[in-house]
Design a protein around this ligand. Structure first.
Ligand SMILES: [Zn+2]
Length: 236
């Protein structure tokens, strides 16, 4: 496709874009510019670069920055860089993902562990024990089926304890995994925020520098105009 008068080519990938979709090299932050210069040293300050390439070089700069600060990058660091490059949010609904991913058995373990660790369970279980003992001591309602010292009740209790322990352990392990997932998500959000803030700092610095340059240029122009008018006013 031939470039129309509204379209310009990207200096990196060579594809055509509208002028508004391209950015000048001089408008980029120092880090992105240095990453670009490392790969394409021949680019001038007025070279135009598309958003995709811009995001790619910004990512490379951040990658180098993180590597220089902490050595090898982890899976989480790469996920953060991916989201920065794509401009997508990094935070996840940990709770929702967790609820979606658990199987029927895991959901049941959670419910049992939650019920087993509640006052409702303690009170209702105590009631059952008392009723059991009362029936077998007095022989009321259905007669004595487990006389003192309640050997059948002992068997039932040890069975309940034997089953409850692994269920609680299962639920605890899942809780740990859930906490880890949440901590990972927090880490990613924090790292991304830190990188974005640094980027904003760079942008503001760039903006200030350019403003000063523009101001200096205006002053130079004013001085020249003044000098001209003084020369014109001089007699002879
Ligand atoms: Zn490009």
């Amino acid at each position: 496709m031939a470039a129309t008068h509204l379209e310009t080519t990207c200096a990196v990938c060579g594809r055509h874009f509208r002028r508004s979709d391209l950015r000048e090299l001089a408008d980029m932050t120092l880090g992105t510019r240095s990453a670009l210069a490392a790969e394409l040293p021949e680019l001038g300050p007025d070279a135009l670069i598309c958003r995709g390439d811009l995001a790619r070089f910004r990512r490379r700069h951040l990658e180098q920055l993180l590597e220089s600060e902490r050595g090898a990058l982890s899976r989480l660091d790469h996920e953060v860089l991916d989201s920065l490059q794509a401009g997508a949010p990094v935070s996840e609904e940990t709770e929702a993902i967790w609820a979606e991913e658990r199987s029927f058995g895991e959901a049941a373990a959670d419910t049992v562990a939650r019920f087993g660790g509640s006052w409702t369970f303690i009170f209702s279980f105590t009631m059952v024990l008392l009723i059991w003992m009362a029936i077998n001591v007095t022989g009321a309602l259905i007669g004595t089926f487990d006389p003192y010292p309640f050997i059948l009740l002992n068997l039932v209790l040890s069975s309940v304890a034997a089953l409850q322990a692994p269920v609680i352990m299962m639920s605890q392990r899942r809780q740990e995994a859930k906490d880890r997932l949440r901590a990972e998500s927090d880490y990613k959000v924090n790292l991304k925020a830190e990188l974005e803030i640094r980027h904003l700092h760079d942008k503001i610095d760039l903006h200030l520098t350019r403003q000063w340059e523009r101001l200096a240029a205006i002053q130079r122009l004013q001085i020249e105009l003044l000098e001209d008018s003084v020369r014109d006013d001089r007699p002879g």
